[in-house]
Structure formats: C-alpha cells, structure tokens
Design a protein around this ligand. Structure first.
Ligand SMILES: O=C(O)c1ccccc1NCC(=O)[C@H](O)[C@H](O)COP(=O)(O)O
Length: 229
C-alpha cells in the first residue's frame, strides 16, 4: 500500500506525515485552494525533513511557465495535473518527470476513457467528481462509489482519492482494490488545517488494510501492476 498525504501547508503536518511513513507528500499550487502554498512556503516546509518522500506538485490547468517558475524555488519529483491529457503530456515532455493525471469518475463506464487519457503518463489519480458549485476540481471531501473500481486493471498505475478518511479508508481499499491512496480533507480539522492525529491514523489504517503491501516491499508491490512511480 502506498499513501500520499496531500495539501501540506505547515511544517508540523509535514513532519508528522513523513515520520508516520507517507510515501508521497503533496503541495497545492492552485491559488483558490485552502491548501495553497507559494513555492517559497513549500520549500521551507520541505526543508524540515530533507531527503524525505517524493514531493508531488498539484497544478490545475497550469501554464508550463508557471510550473517552471515553481521549480526555480521548490524542487518537485512528480506532477499531479488537473487538465487535458495533451497538457499532461506536454508537462512530462518539458520537465522530464513523472506526471499523474487526475480524473473524476462516477461510473464504471467512464474507466476506459480514464485509462485512454492516461496513455503515456505515469499514473492516474482516480477521484470523485467535484460537487455542483465547487470552485476546485479536487480536495472537496466527496467520495465516489468505490465498487465501480473493483477488478479494474488498467495499463498504468492508479491511486484512489476523494473523501477518504482514517475511518473509511479500509473499506475503500477493500471495495476498490486500490493499492495507493491519497487524502487531504479527511486528515483535516477544517479546510486547510491538517490534524496530526488524523494523519497518523490515516497512514496506519491504510497500511493495516493491506498489510502485505508496504513501501518496503516494493518488488511485491510492483508485481501487482499498480506500482506508482
Ligand atoms: O486540495 C485542494 O484544494 C485541491 C484543489 C484543486 C485541485 C485538487 C485539490 N486537491 C486534490 C487532492 O488533494 C487529492 O488529490 C484528493 O482529491 C484529495 O481529496 P480529499 O481527500 O477529498 O480532500
């Protein structure tokens, strides 16, 4: 099981996520988000634990120059992109780093299109669709019907996100078959305010849900075909 804790915007939360064994940490560069950080803020947070898990930079329909500007201050290992597959490909080509494409889905019938959209990319972030009126495409604390993902074996790795919590993540993993999960709202006390206990509990609950698959058993994990690079 791999776990990403997204929306890192304070050092204590970051330190807690790293110490609890997060496999990825996410930084949101979308100004309308309650988790928005500037590149300088992100770099200062990351400096708390140099050499920590891969840093995932989250961008919504970015200009390539916006990403380049962030990279001048904040090194990122992976990009999580909300936008078209073509934009995601262009980002991958320009920056030479893995790109995860976010796709909101609500039915099994939408999965083939999601898989198509991910062709040539490194992973799919499978999320719930934003609720009506939401002013951001993710991070809305809404869950999808996990059962639509049961038995899905796309050609590229995928992570499950949207509305996950320490309380429901085991059920989500069992129902969907996900081997990588991502959370933001579910480890917060209010939008943008991370809760340290909930971060620890989420990571523990995720690992306990799939005890045979941990970051330290990479070979076994990769053999499932859902390894996330
Ligand atoms: O977190 C945000 O504010 C955000 C803004 C714009 C696009 C995506 C955003 N978040 C995405 C994530 O943090 C995760 O991929 C996931 O959607 C988390 O969802 P949730 O746990 O429901 O907050």
């Amino acid at each position: 099981m791999r776990v990403k804790i997204c929306g890192m915007n304070d050092a204590a939360a970051y330190e807690t996520a790293v110490d609890a064994g997060a496999d990825y940490v996410g930084f949101v560069f979308f100004p309308r988000s309650p988790r928005f950080v500037t590149p300088a803020q992100a770099a200062a947070i990351r400096a708390v634990r140099p050499g920590s898990p891969p840093a995932v930079g989250l961008f919504v329909k970015p200009e390539l120059d916006q990403i380049a500007a962030v990279l001048e201050t904040m090194p990122l290992d992976i990009f999580q992109i909300y936008g078209t597959p073509e934009l995601a490909q262009a980002i991958r080509a320009r920056f030479g780093r893995p790109v995860w494409l976010a796709r909101g889905v609500s039915s099994r019938g939408e999965l083939p299109a999601a898989e198509d959209a991910g062709q040539g990319l490194d992973a799919l972030m499978i999320e719930s669709k934003p609720p009506p009126g939401a002013d951001r495409p993710g991070g809305n604390a809404t869950a999808l019907d996990w059962s639509i993902l049961a038995g899905w074996t796309p050609a590229l790795p995928w992570l499950l996100a949207g509305g996950l919590t320490p309380e429901n993540v085991a059920e989500a993993i069992a129902a969907s078959g996900a081997m990588a999960v991502d959370v933001s709202s579910g480890v917060e006390s209010s939008p943008g305010v991370k809760d340290l206990t909930r971060i620890r509990n989420f990571i523990t609950a995720s690992r306990n849900a799939a005890p045979g698959l941990s970051a330290s058993t990479d070979a076994e994990y990769e053999s499932t075909g859902q390894g996330v690079s």
